[in-house]
Ligand binder design. Sequence first.
Ligand code: PXP
Length: 236
Amino acid sequence: MIRLGVNVDHVATLRNARGGLHPDPLEAAQLAIASGADGITIHLREDRRHIRDADVAAMRHGITAPLNFEMAGTNEMVRIALETMPNACCLVPEKRTEVTTEGGLDVAGQHHSLRPMVVALKAAGIRVSLFVDADVHQLQASADIGADIVELHTGAYAHGKEGELARLTAGARIAHKLGLEVHAGHGLTYENVSAVAAIPEVMELNIGHFIIGQAVLEGLPAVIARFRALMNAARS
Ligand code: PXP
């Protein structure tokens, strides 16, 4: 069965908006797992805009399901990964000014800086995933560098770019032939997930923003009903 990894970064975004402890990304992760998710993803960004260092440690101890640690290829993040020992690390490009991860990693161009990080993480027993566009050169470079997994960037597909589904489908096949496990993610929603989930080589989807956003909408009726009951009971 294809696995679902739930990215809980934006629970932290909501929490941080008020500076308190609610809603708790760990509680969201535990609920996601209890509801059928197969793993949890968190991205500790350099600017700590959502997930913070304390969340990483809490998540490591608070869930038994696989933890996927998304990170930029920096020495600081490698150190944190080695201290945390997640099941997998997904290396992503990161620009401080971007709203979200905009493109895939240039594995071919950054071979020399990425390779020691891949080696160090793998030596510690952490599976290494590279977030790449479905481009044959990047896939080949990912295999050459020793990655276990490639996560195909589905952002352009999600934005409706012509030919992207065919590109993802071909990329998944090439990556699989190169011996890489294939994951995919970014911008996936109820409307666009099925076609990607149908690609036979794709073993896992990582989905964040839509799940958390939709959870607000689909969860609202229950929360309103509970407040209504509490307020009514207070006056009865
Ligand atoms: N996979 C990777 C590598 C990502 O960087 C992100 C975004 O943080 C996702 C998946 C999830 O994307 P979205 O939040 O759009 O579902």
